[in-house]
Design a binder for this molecule. Sequence first.
Ligand code: SF4
Length: 121
Amino acid sequence: MEERKMICISCPIGCHLTVTEENGEYVVEGNQCKRGEVYGKKEMTDPTRVVPTTVKIRGARLRRLPVKTHIPLSKPLIFEAMKLINMVEVEAPVKVGDIVIENILDTGVNIVATRSMKRVE
Ligand code: SF4
């Protein structure tokens, strides 16, 4: 039997969850709603996170462009994904939602811009 304590990050309430695994079945306690149960089970089987970060940008007023994964990325892949993200340099102009890296690590997850940046000469 495995037991883990965690905080649900699905909403600002932050319920303290206890997830117990026995014979492949997961029981979540401490959640105030169904989302907490889903979150607790996913944390035990396939934890994922939206990754907010920045990439280099040329030709804009700022030197870094804020980006994020368009959907949550498997947690064990975040370190490898960050190595690729850190190698990228984009060219202004960029619009919010533009894909900076498509299908990173063959996961189906795109890295997208989270703000627009105009070109400055
Ligand atoms: S269990 Fe429900 S109420 Fe509690 S933090 Fe998660 S989403 Fe919010």
